[in-house]
Design a protein around this ligand. Structure first.
Ligand code: ATP
Ligand code: MG
Length: 411
């Protein structure tokens, strides 16, 4: 470090002296010398700039080194005996928007401690943990310096969008073809209905056919006035009817696509738009199966949903399931793992996260912002669910029903 400082100050001194000389004696310098003088000044400025940048990087590396050294001592991540000294080893890599701390496992008693430093490292850098990856020989902790931006819902004029990809905000893009079906879980008031309403608008902009099952007959059920009773169901028999419609359409698409068979194509290549079955509060529906008849309806509905989850992607038929509380009874884990996008809004228990994310369960952290939670998108290269904030709704600025009316042809 002192070497750097010496070099920098002597170069800066030459730079200042040269500028002063050039300023006072430019009139006396021969014309031929003016251009080389300026070129030399530019060269000197570039050199000083490069050295300053290198110096800053070295200072930050040095600071990080001291910080980690203190962290190791404060957290007892070392052991000293008369003949051995054992210490945890960390590497830090820092880019513009993230810091990655890698803890190296070395097959000793420290390894298990290195897997549980979430809170301590978060406090050290004063940043929320974005992701933790545990591998046999390392543990990687990722911290985001600049959090991504939350989407804010804004009124717009009617628009039609060809692209199937939907921007969910906070750096997440969603495409049902690559990541079919959605699960939204979260306790009451966590923001499921707000998020689903946003999605309904995005789907309508893309020409989707939407079926809604709302066994609690709440927010989404009241959309029957706009979308029609044909598409919105609130009692078990009607729910069974719309599921039958969606399943039938799925098989019809398959048989038409088979007639015009072309290897590797999907609904989009055959000119079909997506069909979405939005099932709000599946737990409430399952609870309605109390006697023999209602149990038969529940079984039929669950069987239809299972077929859509397993076969729907290529035909463009998708489900979105929402539940206040997920359990193995709501949806077994095999089916759950086939829902490509999984979201848990609001504060959830460890067990609650496990029911939604399975092996991608994140380390829980306090969820304070309305409509925020964790999101896991299959195939996105992340091993655990990430913190995410759903699109922000300001009811003074955005009227869902007015927006919806833009996309409904109601006589
Ligand atoms: N994305 C958001 N932006 C702004 N406010 C939100 C957002 N999400 C939720 N809220 C606030 O929280 C309230 C409850 O949200 P919402 O009705 O979506 O919860 P829910 O999960 O559907 O609850 P329930 O399970 O009881 O139906 C909203 O009325 C709104 O005030
Ligand atoms: Mg709701």
């Amino acid at each position: 470090m002192p070497n750097f400082k010496k070099k920098l100050s002597s170069l800066s001194l030459i730079w200042v002296a040269f500028i002063v000389l050039l300023f006072f004696f430019s009139f006396a310098i021969h014309n031929i010398l003016i251009l080389p003088s300026w070129l030399f000044l530019f060269y000197l400025s570039g050199k000083i700039f490069r050295i300053r940048r290198e110096f800053k990087n070295n200072v930050s590396r040095w600071n990080n080194f001291l910080m980690i050294q203190e962290f190791i001592i404060n957290n007892g991540l070392y052991k000293e005996t008369s003949d051995v000294f054992l210490s945890a080893v960390f590497t830090i890599s820092e880019s513009e928007n993230e810091i990655i701390i890698t803890a190296c496992k070395m097959g000793n008693f420290l390894d298990s401690k290195l897997e549980h430093l979430d809170l301590e490292l978060s406090a050290l850098f004063n940043l929320p943990l974005e992701e933790k990856i545990i591998r046999p020989v390392i543990v990687e902790y990722k911290f985001i310096i600049e959090p991504p931006e939350r989407l804010v819902l804004k009124s717009s004029s009617k628009e039609t969008i060809d692209d199937l990809e939907i921007n969910l905000g906070y750096g997440v893009k969603y495409n049902p073809v690559t990541c079919p079906h959605i699960l939204v879980a979260g306790g009451t008031g966590s923001g499921k209905s707000v998020f689903i309403s946003f999605l309904i608008l995005e789907l309508l902009k893309r020409g989707s056919t939407i079926y809604i099952a709302d066994p609690k007959n709440s927010d989404l059920g009241s959309l029957s006035y706009y979308l029609g009773d044909e598409r919105v169901a609130t009692n078990p028999n009607n729910i069974a009817r719309i599921i039958r419609l969606a399943v039938t359409e799925m098989y019809e698409r398959y048989s038409e696509m088979r007639e015009k068979f072309k290897y590797g194509t999907n609904f989009n290549d055959h000119g079909y738009k997506t069909i979405w079955l939005i099932f709000d509060e599946m737990g409430a529906f399952l609870a309605s199966g109390t006697d023999k008849n209602s149990k038969a309806v529940v079984n039929e509905v669950m069987d239809g949903i299972k077929q859509i989850i397993l076969l729907g992607r290529q035909a463009g038929v998708f489900v979105l399931i929402s539940a206040q509380q997920m359990s193995a009874n709501t949806l077994n884990t095999d089916l759950r793992d086939n829902l490509g996008l999984r979201i848990a809004l609001g504060q959830n228990s460890n067990e609650g996260y496990r029911m939604v994310f399975g092996s991608a369960t994140p380390e829980p952290q306090p969820i304070e912002i309305k409509g925020s939670g964790f999101l896991f998108k299959q195939g996105a290269g992340k091993e655990t669910a990430q913190y995410w904030e759903s699109p922000f709704l300001d009811t003074h600025q955005f009227d869902f029903i007015n927006e919806l009316k833009l996309y409904i042809d109601k006589e």
